[in-house]
Design a protein around this ligand. Structure first.
Ligand code: ADP
Length: 399
């Protein structure tokens, strides 16, 4: 609840969110969310404090009863002439010290120790979480073919995202996956990359079931440029090398990658060339959306990979940069297994196969020519986009 309260507070106070929240006129809505969570949070805190006070009051009462009993017993012993007044004073003083000491130990120190102990235990449990390993030991030097057999995948939320998918891909293939939002394209790519495990069915790499392979094998061999890539607030060099840290100091390779994707690190904007931090917050610079996307592509291809997945890699690029990337796609994917998730059909001419996904299934797969003839969905998509891009569509669209 505290985190929720802080998040809503950030939406109306933090500079990264403020601009959009205000422009959208959403300040009041968010403020109400913030107010409700704040009330709930402090209500809960009050309840907790009340409980704590009750426990403390009971423990104090027990303390007083004990104290009074000892005092009563000592007075009784004096009256009965069993102890002297001097002995009574000595007992009284030490009892009083002892109670003070116990109070200190139980109420404050022990309370702290228990609280810290619980936190540390939770933390250790978290660190000891088993890595989701496939359990297998086999390692493949180069992945040259992948086969998905009757693969299903459901998210913990209960959403069945992939339903009975069968697909064969081999080295040199360039497959485009198209389909509506939520069809399961990204989930499928994550399964292929070994980031998720199939719930049912199996994925075979070079004919070996993924459950028999060490999980690092697949993850080491795959690379991806995801739509919602990270904007790491570290140097340009690190932002590229992060996918392959053993080459962090290979300046030539980093510069070649930057030149390839069209980031001009010699521009005076990059105050420390490739060592410029990509965040004003840390005395660096801010990149534009398009430049960030290029960095994300750069870090994707900096890795030594057998499988490359590009998930809407051109969403933030201008049309010229988009075209340049597509032209490089052939090179990036040469002798690899390449999958491009896209809704821009312009990229499809670089692919030898197109898979259409709908509602977690591959509903058709084929070449452009095959699909344009037999798939109404594909035909509609193609002509809708062709009209958007090309005026003289009759002459430009491949038959
Ligand atoms: P696409 O890439 O085709 O847009 P996705 O693979 O992202 O589709 O999503 C497929 C379905 O799974 C959607 O209904 C989506 O809402 C759901 N989904 C995606 N990611 C998650 C997640 N992390 N948790 C729960 N459901 C998810």
């Amino acid at each position: 609840m505290r985190r929720e309260k802080e998040t809503y507070s950030a939406y109306i106070k933090n500079k990264n969110y403020l601009k959009e929240t205000r422009t959208l006129g959403a300040t009041e809505f968010i403020f109400n969310l913030f107010k409700t969570t704040t009330y709930n949070y402090y209500d809960l805190k009050l309840l907790y404090q009340k409980k704590l006070n009750k426990i403390e009051a009971i423990s104090k009462l027990i303390n007083i009863i004990g104290y009074m009993s000892i005092l009563g017993l000592s007075i009784y012993l004096i009256i009965d002439n069993k102890i002297t007044v001097g002995a009574f004073a000595a007992v009284y003083a030490s009892i009083s010290n002892l109670f003070g000491l116990f109070e200190e130990i139980f109420e404050y120190r022990l309370h702290d120790v228990v609280e810290i102990f619980v936190k540390v235990k939770k933390y250790i449990n978290f660190l000891n979480f088993e890595e989701n390993s496939n359990g297998g030991k086999n390692i493949i030097d180069e992945i040259t073919n992948i086969e998905l057999k009757n693969v299903y995948f459901t998210y913990p939320s209960g959403k069945a995202a992939i339903k009975n998918v069968n697909l064969k891909i081999k080295k040199g293939d360039r497959i485009a996956i198209i389909g509506k939002n939520g069809a399961g394209k990204t989930t499928l790519s994550k399964l292929i990359l070994g980031l998720y495990k199939p719930e049912k069915g199996e994925i075979y790499y070079n004919g070996i079931a993924s459950s028999l392979l060490s999980s690092e094998t697949i993850i080491k061999k795959g690379t991806a440029v995801f739509q919602n890539f990270n904007k790491y607030k570290i140097t340009l060099r690190e932002n590229i090398a992060i996918s392959n840290m053993k080459d962090e100091n290979n300046e030539e390779k980093i510069k070649n990658t930057l030149n390839y994707i069209g980031i001009n690190y010699n521009d005076k904007k990059f105050i420390n060339s490739i060592n410029t931090i990509l965040s004003k917050e840390f005395e660096g610079i801010e990149l534009s959306g398009g430049q960030w996307q290029k960095v994300a592509i750069g870090r994707g291809i900096f890795k030594d990979y057998d499988i490359i997945i590009l998930d809407e890699p051109t969403a933030s690029l201008d049309p010229i940069a988009e075209n340049e990337l597509y032209e490089k796609f052939e090179e990036i994917s040469r002798e690899k297994i390449a999958i491009i998730i896209t809704h821009r059909l312009a990229s499809i001419k670089y692919c030898n196969k197109i898979a259409i996904m709908d509602n977690g299934k591959i509903i058709d797969i084929g070449t452009h020519e095959e699909l344009i003839n037999r798939s109404e969905y594909y035909r509609n998509l193609w002509y809708a986009q062709a009209e958007l891009y090309i005026n003289d569509s009759k002459n430009k669209i491949p038959s």
